[in-house]
Write a protein that binds this ligand. Structure first.
Ligand code: URA
Length: 287
């Protein structure tokens, strides 16, 4: 059965309202694109435009020990970006992450990496905010619209709630470090696919390793599942100390808690997050 195309302005307004309520709030292209198609669609070259700040137009210099032949060619024409995240891109992400010896280097490697399709629709790389020397590192899921525009994590509505939660235990943006599992906004704020998460995982793991916080706070299920290597739901995970083990074997105590966006939708659960934040405060006193 074929769905009838909307014709009248009222029908078109109805379908747009339906899309908006489903989170589809941006038209990215004139025609729909199946990004799960096996072969990348040939794309006409856009007229020369100023490179985006987080895109590195030149072939990035190979970091020490990095196999330069695996660094993708520039310029980043859309057709050169993987339509389907694959194991080669995941391997390249791991290599780029491992060879970054500072947070600045890691940021540069991520900005130069074209293997995650989310980068094609994101405005900015959302790397981190806060203090890299902080004892506490918080990791969310992925940037939303406001974060994408500003290039900083948790600056929208849920970020404002997070700031209030942190203030309640005497912390703030200068005393914590904040990042996301996924550094590019998924279009329409959709849930990142498992492939996208696997491709981005080496970057956040290396970021945690380089910051080396005393305590990690996982904001929401996707962060907890990705970084604590579990499939348990956040409502079961939250409130108990877990461990995040870095590639070099450092064990970091981790507190999974509810995501601020979830708390905005489910304010009755704020008390649970409050308990988790008190746990973090108590843990910091013992360190
Ligand atoms: N939600 C997240 O998980 N991260 C952000 O940066 C913003 C909202």
């Amino acid at each position: 059965m074929t769905a009838a195309s909307p014709n009248s302005p009222t029908e078109i307004a109805d379908i747009l309202a339906f899309y908006a309520s489903a989170g589809v709030d941006e038209a990215l292209e004139d025609a729909p694109v199946n990004r799960f198609a096996e072969a990348p669609r040939p794309v006409e070259r856009a007229p020369a435009a100023a490179p985006r700040e987080d895109k590195v137009p030149e072939r990035p210099a190979a970091a020490p020990g990095l196999d330069a032949s695996r660094v993708p060619d520039a310029p980043p024409a859309r057709s050169s970006v993987a339509a389907v995240p694959d194991e080669a891109q995941a391997a390249l992400a791991r290599q780029l992450a491992t060879t970054a010896t500072t947070l600045d280097e890691l940021r540069q490697h991520m900005a130069a990496f074209d293997g995650c399709n989310l980068k094609t629709t994101a405005k900015n790389l959302v790397f981190a905010d806060g203090n890299p020397e902080a004892a506490v590192m918080l990791v969310g899921e992925a940037p939303g619209r406001d974060e994408d525009i500003e290039g900083l994590p948790f600056v929208g509505r849920s970020g404002r709630l997070l700031d209030r939660m942190l203030a309640a235990i005497g912390l703030g943006r200068t005393s914590v470090y904040i990042a996301n599992v996924i550094p590019w906004r998924p279009p329409g704020n959709r849930t990142p696919t498992p492939h996208e998460t696997e491709i981005c995982r080496p970057f956040i793991e290396r970021q945690i390793e380089l910051v080396n916080p005393k305590v990690l706070v996982n904001l929401g299920g996707p962060s907890a599942k990705t970084l604590l290597n579990t499939s348990e739901g956040i409502l079961r995970l939250r409130g108990d100390w877990r461990v995040h083990t870095t590639a070099s074997g450092i064990a970091i105590p981790a507190m999974p808690t509810l995501h601020p966006a979830y708390l905005l939708r489910t304010p009755a659960h704020k008390k649970l997050a409050w308990r988790d934040f008190l746990e973090v405060k108590a843990k910091l006193r013992t360190l």
